[in-house]
Design a protein around this ligand. Structure first.
Ligand SMILES: [Zn+2]
Ligand SMILES: [Zn+2]
Length: 242
């Protein structure tokens, strides 16, 4: 991509036999990605990782060509409070024949789960690995970098939504902005998983004196795809500091 902006290249450090990406502020500003969740200063990191998994793996499952397998794998990742629902595997009739099925590895994992051969984390790991391999196969079949870029773009989009603009410089949220109205709007959006009221939340915050451009811009961005774990909603709903 010759028109890509000039960005500092990723840097690596040797850890044992491996080269690990150096995940610092420079790397985040160049390429925001889901590792940023682990840099959050609060205790919400684990919760946000669960939400990230549910959306990212559910999105990847949409690339499974077989309609039956696609629906089942999506269902397994549909609940953003748990990230992976292995009870979906219990109900899956994996013996039914699938013509032209590209979901055999997922059905194999589901069958192993039903037979008690794998644990819940192993079933989760199996699905994640199979989604990864599906994407490798798609990339090879296309002989282009399109799939690679789609995957990176989705990772980046979810990271920016859950982490915010910069995990190394948390945005200050004045408790005075946390009015009953703002809290009620944010809570209603969380419970319904419908985020159409984000611009109204911006108005409520502004009425309370909020002048933070990153916060107001995030609420009013017509292209933002908000999910539970949205960094602005979390600031509004956060317990007041001691
Ligand atoms: Zn299938
Ligand atoms: Zn958001």
């Amino acid at each position: 991509m010759s028109d890509a902006p000039e960005l500092p290249p990723p840097r690596y450090e040797q850890v044992g036999n491996w080269q690990h990406l150096i995940c610092d502020e420079q790397e985040w500003l160049a390429r925001p990605a889901s590792w940023g969740i682990s840099k959050l200063p609060d205790t919400q990191g684990a919760n946000k990782q669960t939400i990230f998994n549910a959306h990212y793996f559910g999105w990847k499952a949409g690339f499974i060509a077989c309609a039956e397998c696609r629906a089942q794998v999506r269902r397994a990742f549909a609940d953003d409070t748990i990230g992976f629902d292995e009870t979906v595997l219990d109900a899956w009739n994996v013996e039914a024949p699938h013509p032209e099925c590209d979901g055999r590895p997922f059905r194999r994992t589901a069958r192993n789960w039903q037979r008690g051969l794998v644990t819940q984390p192993e079933a989760f790991n199996g699905f994640v690995r199979e989604l990864h391999e599906l994407f490798e196969d798609l990339s090879r079949a296309e002989k282009t970098t399109r799939i690679h870029h789609l995957r990176k773009a989705k990772d980046r989009e979810l990271a920016l939504e859950l982490v915010g603009p910069n995990p190394f410089r948390p945005i200050t949220f004045d408790p005075a902005w946390r009015t009953d109205t703002a809290v009620a709007i944010a809570r209603q959006m969380y419970e319904s998983r419908k985020f159409g009221a984000m611009p109204i939340l911006a108005d409520a915050l502004q009425d309370a004196g909020c002048d933070s451009e990153p916060i107001l811009n995030h609420c009013r961005d017509p292209h933002a795809a908000h999910v539970r774990g949205c960094w602005v909603c979390d600031l509004v709903l956060a317990a007041e500091p001691e």
